[in-house]
Design a protein around this ligand. Sequence first.
Ligand SMILES: Nc1ncnc2c1ncn2[C@@H]1O[C@H](COP(=O)(O)OP(=O)(O)OP(=O)(O)O)[C@@H](O)[C@H]1O
Length: 315
Amino acid sequence: MEQPAAIRIHDLVKRYAPAGQGEGKLALKGVSFDVPQGEIFGLLGPNGAGKSTLINILAGLVMKTSGTAEIWGFDIDKDPRNAKRAIGIVPQEIVFDPFFTPVEVLDIQAGLYGVPKAARRSLELLGQVHLSDKANAYSRTLSGGMKRRLLIAKALVHQPPVIVLDEPTAGVDVELRRQLWELVSDLNAQGVTVVLTTHYLEEAEELCDRIAIINHGELIANKPTRELVEMAREKVVVVTVDKPAAECPAHPAIIKCEKTGDHTLEITYDKDRSNAGEVLSLVQAMGFGIVDVSTREADLEDVFVTLTSSAAQAA
Ligand SMILES: Nc1ncnc2c1ncn2[C@@H]1O[C@H](COP(=O)(O)OP(=O)(O)OP(=O)(O)O)[C@@H](O)[C@H]1O
């Protein structure tokens, strides 16, 4: 039998329509996608694209206008209890009472989910997020990074098969970001399906098996990360030549050529139609000697910019 998706969203529409203020804001315009079980799935999009709206619908915090959503096979309308039990949400903002200790925060959350005392794993969870030694400290004394890890533990108290992290590393320093990435990878290795939203393309490229991009409430890409990165057909070669570079070589595969210094040309070419060797031969054929060369592959950022700007042009 085919495995159900961890999350299945079909034709999801959300219109925020404040009373008496006309048509309101169409934040999701019929979004459909599946999050396969066992993956780390990245949801990317510029500010205001609709990511939080989508997550809040899954969390039961925002009412959708139309469409369907299932979590671990449970429809959020027909079976909201089971749908809710199948998902753990790690919000962007840090929300817990500063006067409770981490172990109390987790015990209370377990109580809210009806986890019987004997089945509570608060200390084990604190170990998982490397907070064992802070189990009995006041939450307000934790560092920002520790608080974020506690939020992740809190989302796991009912052992959901799916966890959603909304901008888990927004505003945190590089080292802490790495720690959080490791934690997310460990959870995934233990079988938890992870959905995360992020502004950091590097984060998505590093962590995610698959990436969906939403822009102005519409899904504009949903592909394995590798395929998405491969969509970047452009490659750049930066050539330093032995005399002032006055002109650029001409070739159908050359997309762009810029003089970036007296002796430097930055040549962008289509890697499906040419290669660095051919580009360099063209430069030599113009009478230049080559002093230095470096190349750069397009990355997810280039793809993201291309996709979101072409979607903006089409709109
Ligand atoms: N409660 C609300 N009432 C009216 N409009 C809203 C409400 N919440 C969000 N919106 C609008 O819906 C659109 C999508 O917002 P949303 O917060 O889902 O985007 P986002 O992709 O999560 O952005 P960000 O990365 O900034 O959090 C935006 O234009 C936003 O202004």
